[in-house]
Design a protein around this ligand. Structure first.
Ligand SMILES: [Zn+2]
Length: 336
């Protein structure tokens, strides 16, 4: 029996536990020799994902292959002047935009659009068509450092923020929670939503005194005097700390905050660079840490939002650690 079939005039759709979204245009994004955010990351991720989903989903299946349509959604997050600047910088064969970390090539704009498109398609699958309970966006470039009007880190469009804004236009989605377990603080995501109360941003990361981008202190809780005050939760972790400290945060204050907020969907900025093997950071997480955190998040989603989770690949620069972390994360999401 196929997943989708027609019975008379009635279309019947089966909801699968996990759908993985990917577009080969990600491979076009060439960051140059020696850059850690390199094309080789995605084959490691995709082969791990195929253990759970034989058929990867492409944004064209839901009409998100239209660049015009994707950029309309991106403009809800990023300044039109930044989008134009990125497009023209790529076309002009510039080596980077804003900072050398944000390396680009002539095809990087197309890859960034495809990355955003996969996030939008994944959000639609989980929240609108409900063809999947959980979705994972196996794409690059990543997004959580990208600000309203500039790139940062290795990020060109803030994919999780673009999906969040789009989701908030969906009937029944009035509160979105974003949980970011990448080892770096998601400064872009925090800043895009820190005056709003319809997005709760929660991040664990290596302490900002010791790690890029230097934001994400515990006292950053949302812009005072705005609706967003109290709608950001940052939990910095000391260098060298491992699974025990992470689980204290996720089972304690993070679960409590999510339970109080009662999100209608849970988005995850899933970076795997807190793994002890990662070359860019100094936390000591293991694959089991990603599995246990994911399990706690699925329990929250089951309590408040019919299980709905859309997870976005962010960092992770040791290819073995990345593949194992993704395997652990998706293993939980594929359970149902
Ligand atoms: Zn990172």
């Amino acid at each position: 029996m196929p997943l989708n079939y027609t019975l008379g005039a009635m279309s019947i759709e089966t909801t699968v536990p996990l759908a993985v979204f990917h577009d080969q245009r990600a491979d076009l994004h060439d960051t140059g020799p020696g850059h850690p955010e390199r094309p080789e990351r995605l084959p490691a991720v995709v082969s791990a994902a195929r253990a759970y989903c034989r058929h990867l989903h492409h944004p064209s299946q839901t009409g998100w292959d239209s660049q015009i349509r994707v950029l309309e959604a991106v403009r809800a997050v990023h300044a039109a002047s930044y989008i134009d600047r990125l497009q023209h910088s790529c076309a002009a064969h510039k080596n980077y935009i804003d900072v050398p970390d944000s390396a680009i090539c002539p095809d990087s704009f197309e890859a960034a659009v495809a990355s955003a498109a996969c996030g939008l398609a994944a959000a639609e699958a989980v929240a609108v068509t409900k063809s999947a309970r959980h979705a994972f966006v196996a794409m690059r470039p990543p997004g959580h450092h990208c600000e309203h009007n500039r790139s940062m880190g290795f990020c060109l469009f803030n994919n999780v923020a673009v999906a969040a804004c789009r989701l908030l236009t969906t009937p029944g989605i009035e509160r979105v929670a974003i949980v970011d377990f990448d080892v770096h603080h998601g400064n872009g995501t925090q800043h895009l939503f820190d005056a709003r109360d319809d997005v709760l941003y929660i991040s664990t990361h290596q302490h900002p005194a010791t790690m890029y981008p230097g934001t994400g202190y515990g006292h950053e809780t949302g812009t005072p005097g705005t609706a967003g005050a109290g709608h950001t939760l940052n939990i910095p972790l000391d260098p060298g700390t491992g699974e025990a400290e992470a689980l204290v945060a996720y089972a304690g204050p993070i679960t409590e905050r999510l339970d109080a907020y009662r999100p209608h969907i849970l988005l995850v900025s899933a970076g795997f660079d807190a793994d002890r093997r990662d070359p860019l950071a100094n936390l000591r997480w293991d694959s089991s840490t990603f599995e246990r955190i994911t399990r706690l998040l699925t329990e929250v989603a089951d309590r408040h939002c019919e299980g709905r989770i859309v997870s976005f690949l962010e960092g992770g620069y040791d290819l073995h650690a990345l593949a194992e972390g993704v395997t652990a994360h998706l293993g939980v999401l594929a359970e149902g």
